[in-house]
Write a protein that binds this ligand. Sequence first.
Ligand SMILES: Cc1ncc(COP(=O)(O)O)c(C=O)c1O
Length: 419
Amino acid sequence: MSMAQPLPPNPSLNALATASLAPPAAPTQPVRGLPRGPTLGWSSFQRSQSDALPCIEDLPHRAFTTSGRAAIYQALLQLQLPPGSTVLVPSYHCPSMVAPVVLAQLKVAYFGLQANGLPQLDAISPHTARLAQAMLVSHYFGLPQSLAAVRQWCDLHHIRLIEDCAHSYFGQAGDRPVGAWGDFSTASLSKFFPVSEGGLLASNTHAIAPLHLRPPTLTDQLKGWVDVLEASAQYQQLPGINTALRWVFTLKKGLSPARTAHLSQAPSAAQRMMNDCDMGRIRQAPGWSSMALKQVLPRPRIVRNRQINYLAYAHHLAGLAGSRPLFALHPLAVAQCAPYVFPLWVDDAERVYQSLRQLQLPVFRWDRVWPDMPTLERDVSPGWRQHVLQLLCHQDLSEADIAHTCQTLKQLLGQGSTA
Ligand SMILES: Cc1ncc(COP(=O)(O)O)c(C=O)c1O
């Protein structure tokens, strides 16, 4: 999808755009905290109409893992790089994008980003380009773009491309489907399906050598289902059995022994980051709950609700002083993807972000950077890390939920009614 150029008209998408530009639905009940990821509910099984989009699962070579970070790790193993090889990683990242590279005992070199989120290829020094063996490039925010220039640059420098589709399970990336630019591509199931774990390693061009993943134990299998149902009960997504489920989970919490941390020494900053990334299960196969739910849940609702939610944010937040959408996307361009978040630049981001988090509203900010990241010239990442709020678009947020988050944002920026 191009950030600048609208796609050709499509009547069913016009309907989508107009629907979401209607006045917001009034919240029916006070919202107390909203899920930050898809949550299983009766509505997850609803069938709805949506134009079919490409999906990374359509690629001919596929293997499922327990997470997106596990898929990145496995992609690096598939490349069979000599120990200590250099991997180019974006300066705008969450720690779980860097941890797999470090765990694979490879060296990280960072590249900066242009304002459209694509790599600043011309700023990568010839020396670094000569050293690098692989490059990790992400389709940020679930708004995939053409990687034609990146692919060409990688080919020119004999660098293998890992296309990170953690935010883009569905969509068209320029003139190729998502995942079809990379030598290997990776995705994260838990960002798109109501599952507690899951990742995907895929390739358009390379057969995937066996991953030799450990099968999950019966306890892991049960835990997978329990985690899914616990999240559903927390957000009351299963009317009729919510109360019973909450009762069971309260009992379960009471019975679980309290966890204590056993740290022999103060860990280094990088070690702390690695510990936080919880890489323990990357060599394990995903459980039944993730594989079954991914398979049976209808996908048009996932795609359509995300598009509607993205456009609803754009509508509510248009012209909000002290903020601006990071990208101005035409609704027809939004219809070519299933957005992960609506990225909003906020001038006074620290205060606003902390307040939104305290209210348990569905927002992220990538303010944690891997230790020892150098400052790169003309790189937009430092600004994004500080100012870009990622407002979640997932399918289990209603239009009322989006309206509530936007109303809260307006109040925090001194422009909303307090009624
Ligand atoms: C762009 C990107 N890549 C990879 C990952 C890792 O995915 P997972 O959380 O499934 O391990 C994330 C996680 O947030 C991500 O945002």
